[in-house]
Design a protein around this ligand. Structure first.
Ligand SMILES: Nc1nc2c(ncn2[C@@H]2O[C@H](COP(=O)(O)OP(=O)(O)OP(=O)(O)O)[C@@H](O)[C@H]2O)c(=O)[nH]1
Ligand SMILES: [Mg+2]
Length: 300
C-alpha cells in the first residue's frame, strides 16, 4: 500500500425515494442495498465498501429523512439517517430532480455551512437538460457553496465525474476494511432485506411498511444453501394478505427472493418462508431491538 492511500466515509443522505440505495449499489458495483419505487425502503445504515489500489471509499446508505415520527420505527430510521453526519468525510445529499420540494430544502439547510457537502441531483434521465437548469438554479440560491453533480444512478450517467469528486474528499489514511469486504452486513441481514424487497414488489398495499423479516436458519451445505426466514406482520388480518389466495403471494415472494439469493451465493438455495404476527412490533421498542433495530447498529 502506498503512502498516498485514501480512506473515508461518504454519507448518502436525502429525502425518501431519491435513489440513495440505487446510487450506492451503482458506485460499489454490487447490489447491497434494496430498492423500491415506494419511499422509506431502507431502514438501517448499510455500508458499501469500494476498495481499489489507491483508495477505500466507505459509502453509508441511510434511510430517507422524513417528518413522520409516529412510530418507534420511524424514530429509529430518522436517527439512523442522520446519526453519522458528524463522522462522515463527505456528505452527498441526494435530490430527485423531478420531485424537488420543501423537504429537500430542510435537509439542505441542515447541512448548510459545512465544507464537505456535495449535492447529487439524481434521476436526470427523467428530464431534458433545459428542464434541469431551473432546479439547479434554485438549489444554488439556497446553498451557493455546494457543488451540484447531475447524475442518473439508474442509467449510470455521469457517475465517473461524481466518483472523481468523491475521491477528492477522502483523506489519506489506511483502509478500515479488508480489500475483499463489500459491506458491514451479514448474509443473514442481506437475505432478510431481499425478502423484504420482494414483498415491496408483490404486495401493492401499504403492507410492506408493517413488515419486517428475520432469518431463523442459514446453513451452507455442500451443494445447497438452506434458509428459513419469518415474515413478521403487525396484525392477524395482514398475515392472510401476505400469504395470498392458495399461498400465491408468498410463493411468488419466495421464488423472486430465491432467484436473487442464488445469484448472491452463486449456488442453489432452498428458501422456506413463514408468516407470523407480532402485534404492533413497529411501535414497540423491545420488538424492534429483537428484530435488529437497535441503536448499536448506528455506531461503527
Ligand atoms: N428514472 C430513475 N429512477 C431512479 C434513479 N435512481 C433511482 N431510481 C428509482 O427510484 C426509486 C427509489 O430508489 P431507491 O434507491 O430505493 O431510493 P432511496 O433514496 O434509497 O429510498 P429510501 O430507502 O426509501 O429512502 C426506485 O424505483 C429506483 O429504481 C434514476 O437515476 N433514474
Ligand atoms: Mg434506500
Amino acid at each position: 500500500m502506498n503512502d498516498s492511500f485514501q480512506t473515508g466515509y461518504v454519507a448518502l443522505i436525502g429525502k425518501p425515494n431519491t435513489g440513495k440505495s440505487t446510487l450506492m449499489n451503482a458506485l460499489v458495483g454490487e447490489k447491497l442495498s434494496i430498492t423500491a419505487h415506494r419511499p422509506q425502503t431502507t431502514r438501517h445504515q448499510i455500508l458499501g465498501i469500494k476498495t481499489t489500489q489507491s483508495y477505500q471509499c466507505i459509502f453509508v446508505d441511510t434511510p430517507g429523512i422524513h417528518d413522520s415520527n409516529q412510530k418507534a420505527i420511524h424514530r429509529y430510521m430518522n436517527r439512523a439517517a442522520i446519526s453519522m453526519l458528524a463522522d462522515a468525510d463527505l456528505i452527498c445529499v441526494l435530490l430527485d430532480i423531478s420531485h424537488f420540494n420543501g423537504d429537500d430544502v430542510k435537509i439542505l439547510k441542515r447541512v448548510a455551512g459545512r465544507n464537505n457537502v456535495v449535492i447529487v441531483l439524481n434521476k436526470i434521465d427523467q428530464m431534458t437538460k433545459t428542464a434541469c437548469l431551473p432546479v439547479m438554479q434554485k438549489i444554488s440560491e439556497i446553498v451557493p457553496d455546494f457543488e451540484i453533480v447531475p447524475v442518473s444512478a439508474l442509467e449510470k450517467e455521469n457517475l465517473d465525474r461524481l466518483e472523481a469528486l468523491i475521491i477528492s474528499y477522502l483523506p489519506i489514511a489506511v483502509p478500515q476494511f479488508p480489500d475483499d469486504q463489500l459491506t458491514d452486513k451479514s448474509m443473514r441481514f442481506i437475505v432478510a432485506e431481499i425478502v423484504r424487497e420482494k414483498l415491496f414488489r408483490v404486495l401493492t398495499q401499504e403492507l410492506p411498511y408493517s413488515i419486517t423479516v428475520s432469518v431463523d436458519h442459514y446453513k451452507e451445505e455442500s451443494d445447497l444453501t438452506r434458509i428459513s426466514a419469518t415474515i413478521w406482520v403487525e396484525r392477524k388480518s395482514q398475515k392472510a394478505i401476505v400469504i395470498g389466495k392458495q399461498g400465491r403471494q408468498l410463493k411468488q415472494t419466495g421464488s423472486l427472493a430465491r432467484h436473487d439469493i442464488e445469484k448472491l451465493v452463486d449456488g442453489q438455495v432452498y428458501l422456506q418462508l413463514w408468516v407470523k404476527v407480532r402485534e404492533d412490533w413497529a411501535d414497540d421498542e423491545r420488538s424492534l431491538a429483537a428484530f435488529g433495530y437497535s441503536s448499536a447498529d448506528q455506531s461503527y
